[in-house]
Design a protein around this ligand. Structure first.
Ligand code: ADP
Ligand code: MG
Length: 355
């Protein structure tokens, strides 16, 4: 309740105090939900609500029905529903008090060998009252575990298979030792199709009363690249910062360069004189707080939309790629920018040659 409406607080509190306990609990739950980030508030509760991975969720559902849940290894890019699937699975198995039956460990927890062993051992040994069957250990971001910890984990999995099922979540499956991989049933979570993200975004926009323009929505979907977490987080940040969430708001919130700026940069690199172009880009970078990496990613997308002779396009793509690589291993921004400018100049010369 905001401070501008103090008169409303008292009657509301009185009303709440007079409600039956069940309704009071619901009231509290709803209030707690209000304070949540949208990614949590709109996290799917059931396996059916996890979109775009019906094949995976229905297979898991079959495992549960048959009472034969194997250890699971869920992998794929962020924001595609791995954690949501496991939590929905836990809720499906144990009902609302599911938290007592699961142990969640992620990369921010200390995960040396001893921690893994001890925590899991203790958890596996303690019995939840009135329950039989197995408990779930969820290891999030398992690809960040050291090799030694993973080897220890292998033994832990073996010794506790009787009463514990492991759900191992990660982005890169090849960072998980083959020994663990072979003990789990693997499921790949691919990036979500744009129309699924759009459907969810539309739902949230409606429920939260976001003033999202069509261009804003297109930009949001483009920038999230199938990562629903990113889409919802950006939407919430934009909604908090702007009354109308349009294309510019989305680009500002994410710190991504606006396509118009990219266009200006690429046009300048192609047609302006070297010095002019260099100072234009440097000042734009300063003014908008952009990194050369952002400009390269933007230029890459932009080049897709313009006509260029084959030889120039290949030359440019090659140089964008190698500049990006050199930046990622610590090359200086200034030097890489001049190198890139040079590459654009040569690409323009190439385009004038007949081959
Ligand atoms: N397949 C999906 N179906 C519905 N919502 C999803 C899906 N994937 C992601 N989300 C949304 O994005 C948020 C983050 O998803 P999460 O399951 O934590 O992703 P991951 O663990 O793969 O990084 C969830 O809270 C949910 O709101
Ligand atoms: Mg996750």
């Amino acid at each position: 309740m905001s401070e501008s409406e103090p008169m409303d607080i008292d009657p509301l509190l009185r009303l709440r105090a007079n409600l039956p306990t069940r309704w009071q609990r619901l009231w509290r739950a709803l209030n707690e939900r209000e304070g949540l980030p949208w990614v949590e508030k709109y996290r799917p509760n059931t396996l059916d609500e996890v979109v775009s991975h019906q094949d995976i969720t229905s297979t898991i559902e079959k495992f549960i029905e048959a009472g034969r849940l194997p250890h699971l290894l869920l992998y794929g890019p962020p924001g595609t529903g791995k954690t949501s699937t496991v939590l929905a699975l836990a809720r499906r198995l144990y009902g609302p008090p599911y938290k007592k039956h699961i142990l969640e460990l992620n990369a921010s927890d200390d995960r040396g060998i001893d921690v893994v062993r001890e925590q899991i051992k203790n958890f596996a040994m303690t019995k939840v009252l009135f329950s039989k069957g197995f408990k779930l250990v969820i290891l999030d971001e398992a690809d960040m575990m050291t090799q030694a910890a993973q080897s220890a984990l292998r033994r832990v999995i073996e010794t506790h298979t009787k009463n514990v099922r492991f759900c191992i979540l990660c982005n890169y499956v090849n960072k998980i030792t083959p020994a663990i991989q072979s003990r789990c049933t693997r499921f790949r979570f691919s990036p979500l199709p744009e129309k699924e993200v759009q459907r969810k975004v539309d739902e949230v926009v409606e429920k939260e009363g976001v003033n999202l323009t069509d261009a804003g929505r297109d930009a949001l979907l483009k920038l999230s690249r199938g990562d629903m977490r990113r889409a919802l987080n950006v939407l919430q940040a934009c909604h908090a910062a702007y009354d109308v969430v349009d294309e510019t708001a989305v680009y500002n919130c994410t710190g991504n360069p606006h396509p118009k700026d990219i266009e200006r940069v690429v046009q300048s690199m192609m047609s302006d004189e070297f010095g002019t172009s260099y100072s234009l880009i440097t000042s734009l970078k300063m003014e908008k707080g952009l990194a050369l990496q952002d400009l390269i990613a933007g230029a890459y997308d932009f080049l897709d939309t313009v006509e260029l002779p084959k030889q120039s396009r290949i030359y440019l793509l090659d140089h964008l790629g190698s500049t990006e690589h050199r930046l990622s291993v610590g090359g200086s921004e200034k030097m890489q920018l001049t190198a890139l400018l040079g590459a654009f100049k040569i690409a323009v010369e190439l385009s004038q040659k007949k081959i």
